[in-house]
Design a binder for this molecule. Sequence first.
Ligand SMILES: N[C@@H](CCC(=O)N[C@@H](CS)C(=O)NCC(=O)O)C(=O)O
Length: 213
Amino acid sequence: MRKGTIIYTLYWDKGGANMASHAIFEELNIDYKMVEIDLSKKMQKSAEYLAINPNGKVPTLIHDGQIIYESAAILMYILDQHPEGNLAPQFSSPLRGAFYQYMSWMSNTLQEAANRWSHPENYTSDISSHQSIVDKAAIDLSFCWEVIDKELADNGPWILGDTLSGVDFHLFMIAYWSRRYTSSAQNWPNLNKHYQTMLKRESVKTMMSQEGL
Ligand SMILES: N[C@@H](CCC(=O)N[C@@H](CS)C(=O)NCC(=O)O)C(=O)O
C-alpha cells in the first residue's frame, strides 16, 4: 500500500466503489494512502468528510490539492496521470472513444442498475414498491450483462479487445458486487471468464486482501 512518497489519498470503504481505483494503484505500482470511511458508522455523513465530498459517498481521491469524486472520474484521472501504464488508449488512438463510452456506460447504465437493485430505498420512499424496483433492476442488469457478454465474445478477451484497460477493472468491481444479485455477471460465460481472470491478477488479489474481502 505504501511504497514510498505518498501522492494519492483514496477515501474508501470495504468493497465500495473504490475497489477499481484501489486495484489500479496496485496494478500501476504507484504510491497511495488509504483513508477508511466506515459506512456502517455513517462516517460518510460526518461534517469533515462532507467538506471534501458533499455527496457523502465513497470514493473520493485527493491528489496534488485536487479533490475528485465519482469512481469512473477517479479511475480515468489516475490513468491520465500514468500514461506509461498503458491502461487507457492514447488520446490519438481510435480506441479512445470506446474507452470513454464504456467508462460512461458502466457508470451511468450498469452501475445505476446495480445501485437500483441493491438500494431500492434510494428510488422511492414507498417500501411496498421496493420489490418491483429490484425486479426491474434485475431485468435491466440482465440486459447490460447480455450487451457486455456479446462484446467480450466478439472482441475479447478484454473489453477493448486485446489490451487490458481501466474499463476491465471497473467492470470487475460491478461484477463482484453482482455475485449476490438475482442477475449476476457470473451467469454469462464470457463475463464469468473475464471475472475469473481478473480475480487472479496480483493487483486485484492485493486490493481484495487489503479491503478484507
Ligand atoms: N456514482 C458514485 C456512487 C458512489 C456510491 O454509491 N458509493 C457508496 C458505496 S459503494 C456509498 O458511499 N454509499 C453511502 C451512502 O450512500 O450513504 C461513484 O461511482 O463514485
